[in-house]
Design a protein. Structure first.
Length: 146
């Protein structure tokens, strides 16, 4: 089953969409905020997206960087060169819902910590230390380093 939306934002908010996984959605992110504040969309994996990976209202300021996207598709705006397209993130066992990243994942250390006003959590979705390598990993999980 394909979900319609991954993440949708509303008016007059200042969303920070950071280190998420959106899998199997028709549209990954729909941002309908408006005004001078920026929407930050960084360090996410947009996987198995069917139609649009990003739909942004015309008045939105945004920062869309350091994301892995498996779909070039139709986007209303250009995206930053730091985004990675059409590369398998190498999940441990996607078919059985294990979205942890393998040690050889291309998103290892490819995220950005330069996000004004955002405080990274100490742990990732699976309870691992959030930044365990030279930089933050893209997505919900951090690859553990010794």
């Amino acid at each position: 089953m394909v979900d319609l939306f991954g993440i949708a934002t509303i008016l007059n908010s200042k969303p920070m969409i950071v280190n998420n996984l959106i899998d199997n959605a028709a549209q990954a992110i729909i941002d309908r905020t408006a005004g001078p504040d920026s929407t930050v969309i960084m360090n996410n994996i947009l996987w198995n997206v069917r139609m649009h990976f990003l739909t942004i209202s015309s008045h939105t300021n945004y920062k869309f960087e350091n994301n892995l996207i498996d779909f070039y598709g139709n986007s209303e705006r250009d995206v930053h060169e730091s985004n990675i397209f059409l590369i398998d993130p190498l999940f441990i066992d996607e078919e059985n819902g294990d979205y942890r990243l393998r040690d050889d994942s291309p998103v290892k250390d490819k995220g950005s910590t330069r996000i004004d006003g955002y405080q990274f959590p100490e742990k990732d979705y699976y309870g691992n230390k959030r930044i365990s390598g030279s930089n933050v990993d893209i997505g919900v999980s951090e690859i553990r380093t010794n």
